[in-house]
Design a protein around this ligand. Sequence first.
Ligand SMILES: NC(=O)c1ccc[n+]([C@@H]2O[C@H](COP(=O)([O-])OP(=O)(O)OC[C@H]3O[C@@H](n4cnc5c(N)ncnc54)[C@H](OP(=O)(O)O)[C@@H]3O)[C@@H](O)[C@H]2O)c1
Length: 268
Amino acid sequence: MKILIIGGGNMGLTYAQSFLRSHITSKEDMMILEKSAGKAEALSKKDIGTVYSRPEDCLEQADLVIFAVKPQDSGTLFKSLKPMIDAQQVFLSIMAGVRISTIIESLGVSKVIRAMPNLPAQIGMGMTAFTSSDDVTRIELVMVQNLLNTTGKTIYVEKEEAIDAATAISGSGPAYVWFFMKSLMDAAREMGFSYSESELLVSQTFRGAIELFNKTDFTCEEWIDKVCSRGGTTEAALATYNQNLVRDDIISGANAALKRAVELGSGK
Ligand SMILES: NC(=O)c1ccc[n+]([C@@H]2O[C@H](COP(=O)([O-])OP(=O)(O)OC[C@H]3O[C@@H](n4cnc5c(N)ncnc54)[C@H](OP(=O)(O)O)[C@@H]3O)[C@@H](O)[C@H]2O)c1
């Protein structure tokens, strides 16, 4: 199966490297179309497949075409591709907010899969939600899911609206975690720790808490109960967070991200 990745930036490169590292495809079957001359040259040096700068040199050979350009570049890209498209090709888009119906109408195709990955895909720890148009066959869907699985975990969602919701939770989610980490690092600095000590204290705490959560069947509430002793330090911190409605703020933030994802999808 020949794969063409259009856009060799952060995500395009991550995908090419993940697919090759997992041996799910070979360099001979990997093509990258990149319009930026500087990035194209850097990609050529990485030896991760054949790098092209013109769609007419590569599009026709592709069984699967992956769109990894910024959403605002999609209109121009679709116009340039349309005359060369084969309706039997399968298209995978990771562009935030670009709807399946837009891709189908702009290109005159029917087999479209839309996915929302996140940045930890760079180290094989990503979380991707994906869905597909009706014409994508089961075999094609499994083939694409196998590719996506090389970047971390995946979840298939029936309705496209769930992709917007996943954007608000897992797509933007790493930034929420880093925001909490940064706040706790700021507290550590105020308490007298150096910058590197603060980083170590906080990053290892997050890592340990997540590993513990993943390796057991306890819920977050049950783990919180285990750390909290009555009248103790953790209880004092959580009482302050509850009083300040931190949980509600986190939910409002995620809902603001969802609202924005929906707006972007309708072209606002
Ligand atoms: N980064 C993330 O964490 C993340 C997470 C989920 C989804 N996504 C989605 O992934 C997509 C790519 O994001 P990114 O961060 O990888 O962007 P990026 O680093 O800017 O990469 C996009 C690349 O595509 C090139 N390009 C633009 N138009 C092209 C065309 N017509 N033909 C060939 N190449 C073209 C760009 O070149 P120029 O620089 O010259 O324009 C750039 O090198 C976006 O749609 C984004 O919504 C990203």
